[in-house]
Write a protein that binds this ligand. Structure first.
Ligand SMILES: Cc1ncc(COP(=O)(O)OP(=O)(O)O)c(N)n1
Ligand SMILES: Cc1ncsc1CCOP(=O)(O)O
Ligand SMILES: [Mg+2]
Length: 211
């Protein structure tokens, strides 16, 4: 399924939070307008990840916001999540589409490479992600991407480009102007004293939807 959402794509940070505490943080991001949530957790074991994923799914379902699972296709299947995000070390997008079905949201990391994006589109991706556009505390060694890639991706692809990496409310507008349909953010949302207000600052960068 091609994704048709625009706005903030909030990605959870690695943390030792309980499932309920992480879910409460995600609820605040949704209150601030997040349109899509990704559960990304590099530190926890399978049992902890299942428990956190389930808590997030409950909050996301209540708010009618899709939940994407990073890396772990089997966790996405087990939870009945809305989709999965896959990078170069993760499952193949075609295998994910076959496993999750036609309506699942399948995101693919394309770093700074438009050819990867064209391949991902042919493989059935719902969106492609480019970045890092700015230095990222979450992923300091991520390859860097240039903003022009978003414009080129918008021209050449039928699926939406997502921008990620060090994005703040101050530097995000040019990415949207260049063609990013979603801004994917960890630190700028979750490592803030007021998560809802932080999310709102990103949401306000996007044109208002028609009532
Ligand atoms: C929306 C979005 N874009 C990119 C990534 C990075 O995925 P990947 O390259 O697989 O790296 P990890 O996140 O797994 O460290 C993402 N997760 N989400
Ligand atoms: C997962 C990932 N891939 C490229 S940068 C990044 C991390 C984004 O996090 P932050 O918004 O804190 O820079
Ligand atoms: Mg990955």
């Amino acid at each position: 399924m091609t994704l048709t959402l625009d706005g903030l794509y909030a990605i959870t940070p690695d943390s030792s939070h309980s499932p309920a505490s992480l879910a409460a943080q995600v609820a605040l991001a949704i209150n601030g307008g997040a349109r899509l949530i990704q559960y990304r957790d590099k530190g926890a074991n399978d049992r902890e990840r299942h428990a956190r994923g389930l808590a997030l799914l409950t909050v996301c379902r209540q708010a009618d916001v899709p939940l994407i699972i990073n890396d772990d296709l089997e966790l996405a299947v087990a939870l009945g999540a809305d989709g999965v995000h896959l990078g170069r070390d993760d499952a193949d997008p075609r295998a994910a589409r076959a496993r999750l079905g036609a309506t699942a949201i399948i995101g693919v990391s394309c770093y700074n490479d438009l050819r990867l994006a064209e391949t991902a589109e042919r493989a059935g991706a719902s969106y492609v992600a480019f970045g890092s556009f700015f230095p990222s505390v979450t992923k300091p060694h991520a390859v860097r991407a240039d903003v022009g890639l978003l414009t080129e991706a918008s021209r050449r692809l039928h699926i939406p480009p997502v921008a990620i990496g060090g994005i703040t409310p101050e530097n995000g507008a040019p990415l949207i102007a260049a063609g990013a349909r979603l801004l994917a953010v960890v630190t700028g949302v979750f490592d803030q004293p007021d998560i809802a207000a932080a999310a709102r600052a990103y949401t306000n960068l996007f044109p208002k939807e028609n009532p």
